[in-house]
Each structure stands twice: as structure tokens, then as C-alpha cells.
Design a protein around this ligand. Structure first.
Ligand SMILES: [Zn+2]
Length: 169
């Protein structure tokens, strides 16, 4: 099932999400639906709050469904290590059509549970490190625009308000 993606302006995106405590078929169905929704939207990462579900759950695939081993499920993830710096274009499925330069750590390690509840740790760099940071931010009610200048953010919000008024958001 493909979920519609919630857009900037919906309070769920700015609310810290709740931990996942039950690892059952319902969770696994939600994870499968999140992958489907992410691929349909041409994204490389999707956090549950982006489909209106305030749970600490993320799916990532930086290969766009090319490599089945690249499919990552992050339940209750935390970043345990950050290192270096990278600056590059970043976008978000919840803020469609906008992109900004964002500086992030070049390498990031996450600790998370898989769909069965088993803890694992995984290091990532470049795009994967960026995805770890962007998606865990979502679970803390934070969007990438909090990492850009206030001036750029205000400009973006003004453009979005215009789109909302025009019924195009
Ligand atoms: Zn996002």
C-alpha cells in the first residue's frame, strides 16, 4: 500500500516520534508499505512521521531499489558516531521541489533494531551518512531546513505559503 507523503506544515513532522516496542506482522507490513511508498516517491529514505505515523521507524535505500542488500530498516535508531564534513544538495519528500546546500558529517554510524527487534550497528559515508542524519532528524521532529540559514529558510517558507494559498501544496 502506498501512503501519501505528509508535507511541511503538518505538525506530525515537527513532533518527536514514539519508540517502537512491538515487533509483529503489523510492523513488518508497515515497513513493506514504507519501502513501496518511498520508491513510488523516488526517495532514498523515508521516516514514519512522513506518512503521518509518529513512530521511530525509518527505511533507507540509497541505490533506488537496485541492490536488495542496500535496503535498510532502522527501528529506534540512534547515531553513535559522527566524523568529518560534507556539503551537498539535500531535499526531502515532505518539502517537494526544494533543495538546499546542507553541511553534514561525512561519516555516521547508527545503532538500530531490525524488523525482528535485533540490534545492529552500521557505519555509512557520503550519501548513506547523510541519509542516517536526515532521517534520524525526522524522528526528533527536525527537518533539514533547520540546518540552513534563517534567511534561506524564511524565503522557502514564503514560497510555500504562496503555494498553499494557490492550493498547490
Ligand atoms: Zn526528509
Amino acid at each position: 500500500m502506498i501512503y501519501p507523503i505528509v508535507k511541511l506544515g503538518d505538525p506530525v513532522l515537527e513532533t518527536p516520534a514514539q519508540p517502537v516496542t512491538v515487533f509483529d506482522d503489523e510492523l513488518r507490513k508497515l515497513i513493506a508499505d514504507m519501502f513501496e511508498s518511498m520508491y513510488a516517491a523516488h526517495g532514498v529514505g523515508l521516516a514514519a512521521p512522513q506518512i503521518g505515523i509518529s513512530k521511530r521507524l525509518v527505511v533507507i535505500d540509497v541505490t533506488f531499489n537496485e541492490d536488495p542488500h542496500a535496503k535498510l530498516v532502522l527501528v529506534n535508531p540512534e547515531i553513535t558516531h559522527l566524523e568529518g564534513k560534507q556539503t551537498g544538495q539535500e531535499g526531502c519528500l515532505s518539502i517537494p521541489e526544494f533543495r538546499e546546500q546542507v553541511t553534514r558529517a561525512k561519516r555516521a554510524t547508527i545503532r538500530a533494531q531490525d524488523a525482528e527487534g535485533r540490534w545492529y550497528e552500521k557505519p555509512g559515508e557520503d550519501l548513506l551518512a547523510r541519509a542516517f542524519q536526515h532521517e534520524t532528524d525526522h524522528l526528533n521532529g527536525r527537518l533539514y531546513i533547520s540546518h540552513i540559514s534563517a534567511l534561506k529558510r524564511d524565503l522557502m517558507k514564503r514560497k510555500i505559503r504562496k503555494l498553499v494559498r494557490a492550493g498547490e501544496w
